[in-house]
Design a protein around this ligand. Structure first.
Ligand code: SAM
Length: 494
């Protein structure tokens, strides 16, 4: 609250609520971490959200081992380490540690010198690589600029992809700090589990760690002030580098108050592919069944593209209605598809005039054959859904009339277009829209996407049932939901 807003954003100063800290520390205690014997480090310690509670647990564990107050202070002084770029936060952390250990300092008159240093952890901790028993960290998250990435390229080449997020490099750092057998407990966004540019990080993690536990924080609102992302609490155990094809991880759902509820075990592939993580108990069977299917949208004869028209950046002539376009003889005006035109279960027809205020219906691209024009039979989807919408995948087929009347349409940037590139797709667009709207498919998508926006990358990784099997069971099934469950190999209730 005291920091300047821009400075806060640059350093990504968002602090872990005490409930989550407690939940994560309970979790690592259950995995076997010994607070009375092991060394701990937080390389982005902020205001000691982890360091202070760890000190309290160390104190309790040492008391149980019969340590005196002085021995306790000296042990904690030696075994607890923190770093943060911000020196005020480092000082604050040391004060909080003094408060946590106040009774011992009072009793002994010994004031420990805590090892909390201001530093850029990404560049200044190499001397500690391979030495720490337990790393606990809620790393900073935001996209890195090319300038700040350049000096880090050599050190983090195995995880850097495109323009990475700071926390991607921090996860690699946390793993490298660990001795073999040591554990990292991380609070991060969930994007590393499925994001396109985290593929190398996923491979690095499978090669260098056992993913012991992934906790998906279910209550998105109010966990981090100002941060609009789903949160994961992950425990990794460093292992000798190995060439593994997959690992299995325990998954729990964690409430905003830090309570864990076990969901089951999932399999994580080591190919840089997305990690499907169950969000509920019912997802475990679905993911297990879906793992046997090799079919993706491309196998159905479709490809994914994103609407090319960005309304607030485009200066080409635009019109509210076809009549307006005709009046000025805009011969190459094409209809625009907006996200709001997509009503699930319907067929999108695109009226001559937009029914929504302020949304122009036509844009003149100057060329009807422009690459932005969609001319193939297709399904359209809303690219961004809100948390309160029941489905993440909001899909509808586009009426053939749109192509007959206008020769195609242009998608606004919040529209995902799934177009048939095969002349004989496995399902026509109307059926594909139904398939994408099926409960099991939506659940699968949620397991590979922690964000409210639907990315082309994740859609391309969506595992679909065998199209031939789907067609075979569809005639007997009462609904697409039932047919999809059967074709995935789930029971119809599943
Ligand atoms: C998301 S906050 C978490 C703070 C604390 N661990 C917690 O859980 O409340 C990230 C912290 O990383 C610090 N930070 C940002 N970049 C850093 C860097 N390169 N090296 C060390 N610390 C950094 C910020 O100052 C901020 O305190």
């Amino acid at each position: 609250m005291l920091a300047d807003e821009n400075y806060r954003k640059r350093l990504a100063m968002y602090f872990t609520p005490a409930s989550l800290t407690e939940g994560l520390l309970n979790d690592i205690a259950e995995q076997g971490v010994d607070f009375g014997r092991q060394s701990f480090m937080d390389p982005a310690c902020g205001g000691a959200a982890f360091l202070a509670p760890i000190a309290l647990r160390m104190r309790a564990a040492l008391a149980a081992r019969g340590f005196t107050a002085l021995q306790t202070l000296k042990h904690i002084e030696k075994h607890l380490h923190g770093c943060d770029l911000d020196k005020t936060l480092c000082e604050l952390s040391k004060h909080f540690l003094c408060m946590a250990l106040h009774s011992e300092t009072q009793k002994t008159g010994y004031v420990p010198t805590f090892k909390v240093y201001p530093a850029n952890s990404l560049t200044h901790l190499t001397a500690s690589f391979g030495t720490v028993d337990v790393v606990v960290c809620n790393p900073p998250y935001r996209k890195m600029t090319p300038g700040e990435l350049e000096p880090l390229r050599d050190g983090y080449s195995d995880v850097i992809e495109a323009q990475p997020n700071l926390y991607c490099l921090f996860i690699a750092l946390c793993v490298r700090l660990l001795r073999i057998g040591g554990r990292a407990a991380l609070v991060t966004p969930t994007s590393f589990l499925s994001g396109q540019y985290f593929g190398r990080l996923r491979r690095f993690l499978i090669g260098n760690t056992d993913v012991e536990h992934i906790g998906m924080v279910s209550d998105r609102q109010g966990v981090f002030i100002d941060v609009e992302q789903e949160t994961a609490m992950t425990v990794l155990r460093r292992c000798a580098e190995a060439d593994r094809t997959q690992v299995r991880a325990n998954v729990s759902v964690v409430s905003g108050s830090g309570q864990y509820a076990s969901v089951g075990v999932c399999t994580l592939p080591n190919s840089g592919a997305v990690w499907p993580i169950p969000r509920s108990v019912e997802d475990v069977a679905l993911l297990r069944a879906a793992a046997k299917s090799r079919f993706r949208l491309s196998d159905y004869g479709y490809r994914v593209r994103i609407g090319a028209y960005v309304w607030n950046r485009d200066n080409r002539p635009k019109f509210e209605s076809l009549e307006d376009a005709r009046r000025v003889k805009a011969q190459t005006a094409m209809p625009l598809m907006w996200s709001r035109d997509i009503v699930p279960g319907s067929i999108v027809r695109l009226e001559d005039t937009s029914v929504f205020d302020g949304e122009h219906r036509f844009v003149d691209l100057g060329d009807k054959a422009h690459s932005s024009v969609v001319k193939l039979p297709c399904v359209v989807m809303q690219r961004v859904t809100s948390n309160d919408q029941p489905r993440r995948l909001v899909a509808a087929a586009v009426s053939p009339g749109v192509f007959d009347t206008y020769g195609g349409f242009v998608g606004e940037n919040h529209v995902v277009i799934i177009e048939a590139i095969s002349s004989k797709p496995s399902l026509p667009p109307t059926k594909l829209a139904k398939l994408l709207s099926a409960h099991a498919v939506d659940r699968y998508f949620r397991c590979i996407s922690g964000a409210t926006n639907v990315s082309a990358f994740e859609l391309n990784h969506l595992v679909l049932p065998d199209p031939q099997l789907l067609r075979e069971v569809a005639s007997d099934a009462g609904s697409m939901d039932e047919a999809v469950s059967l074709a995935y190999g789930l029971s119809s209730e599943g």
